[in-house]
Design a protein around this ligand. Structure first.
Ligand code: DQA
Length: 148
């Protein structure tokens, strides 16, 4: 099973960026934790980060036919990007939207997601554990689909 984890803009600044909201771990610290969990679950993991909306769109297209699903923290693009929504719809792969912070505790502009209603589900507010929980859920979901 192959799963991609896509991170959007400013997540390359984790560790230094607003630690009271996003914690002290860098993106590479979080990626290490994801890799450990992927090993435990016996799945292949691909890790991607971009600050560019177009590159995220292209990355999602690339997954088509090669991956079984993906996890995405589209960061600020979650709240603005119809292009990323359309890309997700175009590949028809199961995916989970994640956020480190609980976006529903924050400004109202963060309550709008262009991905939530087409995602399998949303995990928001658990710091790096949001990714780990999403990986467990997505792998279970894909295995159950394969058995059905
Ligand atoms: C975020 C929440 C977004 O609102 C914000 O723009 C981010 C990070 C999170 O992981 O909590 O960049 O996606």
């Amino acid at each position: 099973m192959k799963i991609s984890v896509i991170n959007g803009p400013n997540l390359d600044m984790l560790g230094t960026r607003e630690p009271s909201l996003y914690g002290n771990l860098s993106i590479s610290d979080i990626n290490k934790q994801i890799e450990i969990k992927a090993n435990e679950l016996g799945v292949e993991i691909d890790l991607f980060q971009s600050n560019s909306e177009g590159e995220i769109v292209e990355k999602i297209h690339y997954l088509h036919g090669k991956f079984d699903g993906f996890i995405i923290n589209a960061a600020a693009y979650t709240h603005t990007s119809i292009a990323i929504r359309d890309a997700a719809l175009s590949v028809s792969l199961p995916f989970i939207e994640v956020h480190l912070s609980n976006v529903y505790k924050r400004e109202t502009f963060r309550h709008k997601s262009y991905l939530a209603d087409i995602a399998l589900g949303v995990i928001s507010g658990f710091g790096y554990l949001s990714y780990i929980l999403a990986l467990e859920a997505l792998v279970k979901y894909i295995k159950a689909q394969a058995r059905a």
